[in-house]
Design a protein around this ligand. Structure first.
Ligand code: FRU
Length: 537
């Protein structure tokens, strides 16, 4: 497809999403329940057993990710009255280990200023905002108000930034009386998703904000008054859609003292496989503006974007503030869906899950800086029975009956393989109904692939049944696949996380068998092991 056609398609998809927003605005929502439905469950068909999903109803982006007093907070875009997008609230859950979550009451509900769109949360350690009480620092949420009525009237100023604060460890929030703290300057219909962090060298707060297909940086001393710093994005990265949910953070390069800044930017549409996707930029931030690292700029002169994840189902991801990690690691979570079909997927009574929590690190490769993503190590606590197979040479197909009895549908699979030239090596997950999902590596094109075209129900959207390809970032050596399977999703962390791919699927019955295959040539397998993972719900 030519660039023009791709843009046009992107435009129509963008318009469809805006219309959905407007339709929901027209329908409106009279009452806003403050309690979430916490009836036991989590055994429904397609229900993730390791990932976070709401008990019922619609969820999209993770919001307000912050670690405080031993708890990881996960707020999220939530519509408590339906399984499709609607007037947005912030749902809330906390965890001490990133896998076992406690559902808490809705934290923020729409009011006269509009819906509560995506944003972030910080612990105001110095009480710069003055919202603290009894010497305890407040938790401050910074979010977007989306006024549905003004959106419908296309005033172009219907999104603005606001704050709310909590003095009870994020359980309840009081909205600031002076909201909005950052009004729309006018003529900016997409002005949202503030991600705020404390910039230590300048002793001030910095906000990254999505503005159509740019990101703006704003600064504040007290989280209430904001001043414009700079804008980034013209001529860089993917622009086939709207930039949403930015994140900017410092990170030390793996194995060195160098400090770099990573800018995550979610893009919809225009992702690597169509629809939603997450791109990133590596550079420097001087407290005022973000500049690209020269080699990263070179990469972007040769390719449209650098993607955090090559699958179709990792969107709106951002990172936790104050996570207890060394400064060469950053804790991330994304929404495991795609706006192309998120509102149609066949799950009931909820829709959508988050990705696994992941640790991001920045590595220096021959081709430049690249992010590595791996499951947060807390995943290891879920490990159960495990089985490893002896090394083997594979020249056709082989069903792995050795894994019978292990919970394949919720497991971690590790493979190290060396396929010959012009060989496709892969694994197939299947069930008794003949539904199958394939994932593997094509040595001729040096790409990984994920084929969900026959992996179960795809009738809900003509966007779903596709093959997704991802380039290998690692140079040479055996391929290393680490896969986390969870009933209705696969997350591939290839080559120690240098190529990551997240895809969902909806088999009518859980996949319970694994077959390996090597086509075109042979594959030497030096490691094959499967570990069952214990469900968290
Ligand atoms: C991203 C997004 C955000 C917005 C939110 C609304 O998925 O469109 O830009 O704040 O969802 O629910």
């Amino acid at each position: 497809m030519g660039v023009g056609a791709a843009r046009a398609e992107g435009y129509w998809r963008g318009l469809a999403v805006s219309l959905a927003f407007m339709a929901a605005a027209l329908i409106g929502c009279a009452e806003h329940p403050t309690e979430v439905d916490t009836r036991p469950g989590y055994r429904e068909r397609h229900r993730p057993q390791l990932h976070f999903s709401p008990p019922a109803m619609w969820m999209n982006d993770p919001n307000g990710l912050v670690y405080h007093a031993g708890e990881y907070h996960l707020y999220y875009q939530f519509y408590p009255n339906d399984r499709v997008w609607g007037p947005m609230h912030w749902g809330h859950a906390v965890s001490r280990d990133l896998f076992h979550w406690e559902h808490l009451p809705i934290a923020l509900a729409p009011d006269q200023h509009g819906y509560i769109f995506s944003g972030s949360a910080v612990v105001d350690h110095h009480n710069s905002s003055g919202f603290g009480t009894d010497g305890e620092p407040p938790m401050v949420a910074i979010y977007t108000y989306h006024d549905p009525e003004r959106a419908r009237l296309q005033t172009g100023d219907h999104e603005s930034q606001a704050i709310a604060y909590s003095n009870d460890r994020g359980r309840s929030f009081r909205k600031y009386a002076g909201n909005p703290v950052l009004p729309n300057p006018g003529g900016k219909p997409d002005f949202r998703d503030p991600k705020v962090f404390w910039y230590e060298p300048g002793q001030q707060w910095v906000m990254a904000l999505s503005v159509h297909d740019r990101v703006q940086f704003w600064a504040s001393n007290n989280l209430r008054n904001w001043r414009f710093l700079s804008e980034f994005g013209q001529n860089w990265g993917g622009h086939d859609g709207t930039w949403e949910c930015p994140d900017l953070f410092p990170i030390r390069v793996e194995g060195s003292d160098q400090l770099k800044w990573v800018l995550l930017l979610n893009l919809n549409p225009g992702g690597p496989q169509g629809g939603s996707g997450t791109q990133y930029f590596v550079g420097d931030f001087n407290g005022h503006e973000f500049t690209l690292e020269p080699r990263f700029a070179d990469t972007l002169r040769q390719q449209p974007a650098v993607w955090l994840d090559w699958g179709r189902d990792n969107y709106a991801g951002v990172t936790w503030s104050d996570a207890p990690l060394p400064d060469h690691q950053r804790l991330f979570i994304g929404w495991m869906s795609n706006w192309d079909y998120a509102q149609q997927v066949p799950t009931e009574p909820w829709r959508s899950a988050m990705t696994l929590p992941r640790v991001l690190s920045l590595t220096e490769q021959p081709q430049g800086y690249r992010i590595r993503g791996l499951p947060a190590p807390q995943l290891d606590q879920l490990r159960g029975a495990s089985k490893a197979l002896p090394a083997m040479r594979l020249s056709n197909t082989r069903m792995l009956s050795e894994f019978d009895g292990l919970p394949i549908a919720t497991s971690e699979l590790t493979i190290e393989a060396q396929p010959q030239a012009d060989t496709v090596f892969g694994l197939e997950l299947s069930n008794a109904l003949g539904e199958r999902y394939r994932l593997g590596f094509d040595s001729a094109s040096n790409t990984y692939f994920s084929d969900r075209s026959e992996a179960g129900d795809h009738t809900f959207s003509d966007q779903f049944a596709r093959v997704h390809r991802a380039p290998r970032e690692q140079h040479g050596g055996p391929i290393r696949l680490r896969l986390v399977l969870d009933v209705a999703s696969v997350e591939l962390f290839a080559d120690d996380g240098l190529t990551v791919l997240t895809d969902t699927f909806f088999p009518s019955q859980p996949f319970d068998r694994i077959t390996l295959y090597s086509e075109g040539g042979a594959t030497e397998l030096s490691e094959i092991s499967l570990t069952g993972l214990r469900r968290v719900w």
